[in-house]
Every structure is written in structure tokens, then in C-alpha cells.
Design a protein around this ligand. Structure first.
Ligand code: NAD
Length: 248
């Protein structure tokens, strides 16, 4: 059964990793896909082709999610190209890990700007269109460390905790307009972001996971599919952890 037939989804940071898998999952369920990343490159071109193979429209855009004017332009361009936006997935994110002792102001500012301000930028830009059409669903990529904290990731954890507060507030502001807003809190998911971890840290993480395996991008994309579809029609302002039971 196709869960997203005829819907238009905008996914940020989708050239690779979790965002890419969400784009493919949504396309497989009949959604037309607009996706953005910091650059439009070979990966974007390849993904466009993969998405179109599902018989849907697909277009990649170069757009810095942390830039307010970029976000405004992206949303305007997507609405011009696709006619509407039903689903927004704020997925773009980065890490600049360090103990507070060694963390620079630049590392703090960059992580807050890319991870948290981007969510404000895109949500603000899409809301006027979603309000007009009186429907929409917004999914923000948080993290289990936004709930639990993590030594060496104070900037990243703070940005991901901020996303949760933002998502709950937007759910309250826009619920009466039939617009839902939820967050996903992935645990340890195997992507290029986590490939930077040492073997030792990787094994420690897996030891702590009740399901005894890292998550896949598909695990996260399945949760994102649920939150985008009408199956979650009465769910808003929630945080769905996809973490193998690691932090519950
Ligand atoms: P990734 O690094 O593999 O992919 C992130 C993508 O975002 C890249 O394509 C990158 O170019 C893009 N990006 C970075 N800055 C951008 C910007 N300013 N504007 C637009 N695009 C930008 O990461 P991932 O593992 O796929 O993570 C995706 C999201 O999931 C992130 O928000 C991350 O914090 C979150 N997350 C990941 C994990 C994990 O274990 N991998 C766990 C919890 C949360």
C-alpha cells in the first residue's frame, strides 16, 4: 500500500545518509521529492535518477539550511516547481565534537546554526504555505543525546534538545491548522557521520543497546514514513526514539 501518493516532500541534507534513505522510502510510497544539500553534486544527480525510477517527480537543490535567505528561496522554488509542500523533513545536521574544555566558540556557533537555526528557517518558510492549504506534517531530526546528553557533545546535544522544544511548541501553534510537528531521536545509526567513531567507542555503544546492533538508515526512514503518513494522523508534539531501546 502506498502511504504518500501524490504528496510533496521536502527533505534537507539528503545527498547521503539518513536523509537520502528517507527520500527513497517516501518515493517508494508515491511521494514527489524535493531534496536539498549544501551542494548539488554527483550524489544529488544520482539520487534524482534513483527517485525518478519510482515514477515520481524528483529534484535536488543546492541550499544551505542554516541560511535564512537560502531557506526562504528553497521553499519558494519548491512550491513553484512542485505546486505545494505537504511534508517537511528537517534532517540536515553536523557534529563538531569536543570536551567543553577544548570546544571553540566557532564550533558551538556552527553546530547551533546548522542543526537548530536551520529548523527555524525551514519551518518558518513552509508554514505560510501549509497554513494556506490547512494541512502539513513537519518532522525534525533530533537525537537520543538531545534527551540524555553526551560527554564530548555538549554543542550537538544542546542543538538536538533545542529541536525538541521547538517541535513541541510548533505542534501547539499549528495544531489548529491541521499541521503536525514531531521529532525523531535516532540512537546510533550507521552512516558517514558515525563512521568517524573509533572501533572501541562503536563497540561500547553496541554493548549498551538492548537490541545489540547499530541502527540502519532504513530503521529511521521507516519512522519518518510513519510520521509523514496519515497513520500518525493523531500524533503531534512527540519525540519518537529509534535507538534499539538504548535510552528509554
Ligand atoms: P550525514 O553526515 O551522513 O548526512 C548529513 C547531510 O546533511 C550531508 O549530506 C550534509 O552535506 C548535509 N548538510 C550538512 N550541513 C548542511 C547545511 N548547512 N545545509 C544543507 N545540508 C547540509 O549525517 P546522517 O548520519 O545521515 O544524519 C542525518 C541527521 O540525523 C542529522 O541531523 C544527524 O544529527 C541526525 N542523527 C544521526 C545519527 C546517527 O547515528 N547517524 C544519530 C542521531 C541523529
Amino acid at each position: 500500500m502506498n502511504l504518500l501518493d501524490g504528496k510533496v516532500a521536502l527533505i534537507t541534507g539528503a545527498n547521503r545518509g539518513i536523509g537520502k534513505n528517507i527520500a527513497l522510502k517516501y518515493a517508494a510510497h508515491g511521494a514527489n521529492i524535493a531534496f536539498s544539500d549544501i551542494a548539488y553534486n554527483e550524489d544529488s544527480k544520482k539520487l534524482e535518477e534513483e527517485l525518478k525510477a519510482f515514477g515520481v517527480s524528483a529534484k535536488g537543490y543546492a541550499s544551505d539550511a542554516s541560511s535564512f535567505p537560502d531557506a526562504e528561496k528553497l521553499v519558494t522554488d519548491v512550491v513553484n516547481d512542485f505546486g505545494k509542500i505537504d511534508i517537511l523533513v528537517n534532517n540536515a545536521g553536523i557534529t563538531r565534537d569536543n570536551l567543553l574544555l577544548r570546544m571553540t566558540e566557532a564550533d558551538w556557533d556552527l553546530v547551533m546554526k546548522v542543526n537548530l537555526k536551520s529548523v527555524f528557517n525551514l519551518t518558518k518558510a513552509v508554514q505560510r504555505f501549509m497554513i494556506k492549504q490547512r494541512s502539513g506534517t513537519i518532522i525534525n531530526m533530533s537525537s537520543v543525546v538531545g534527551i540524555e546528553g553526551n560527554g564530548g557533545q555538549s554543542n550537538y546535544s544542546a542543538s538536538k534538545a533545542g529541536i525538541i522544544g521547538f517541535s513541541k511548541s510548533i505542534a501547539m501553534e499549528l495544531g489548529s491548522r491541521n499541521i503536525r510537528c514531531n521529532a525523531i531521536a535516532p540512537g546510533f545509526i550507521e552512516t558517514e557521520m558515525t563512521a568517524k567513531l573509533t572501533e572501541e567507542i562503536r563497540n561500547e555503544w553496541i554493548e549498551d543497546i538492548p537490541l545489540k546492533r547499530p541502527g540502519t538508515t532504513d530503521d529511521v526512514a521507516n519512522a519518518a514514513l510513519f510520521l509523514a503518513s496519515d497513520l500518525s494522523g493523531y500524533i503531534t508534539g512527540q519525540v519518537l526514539s529509534v535507538c534499539g531501546g538504548m535510552h528509554t
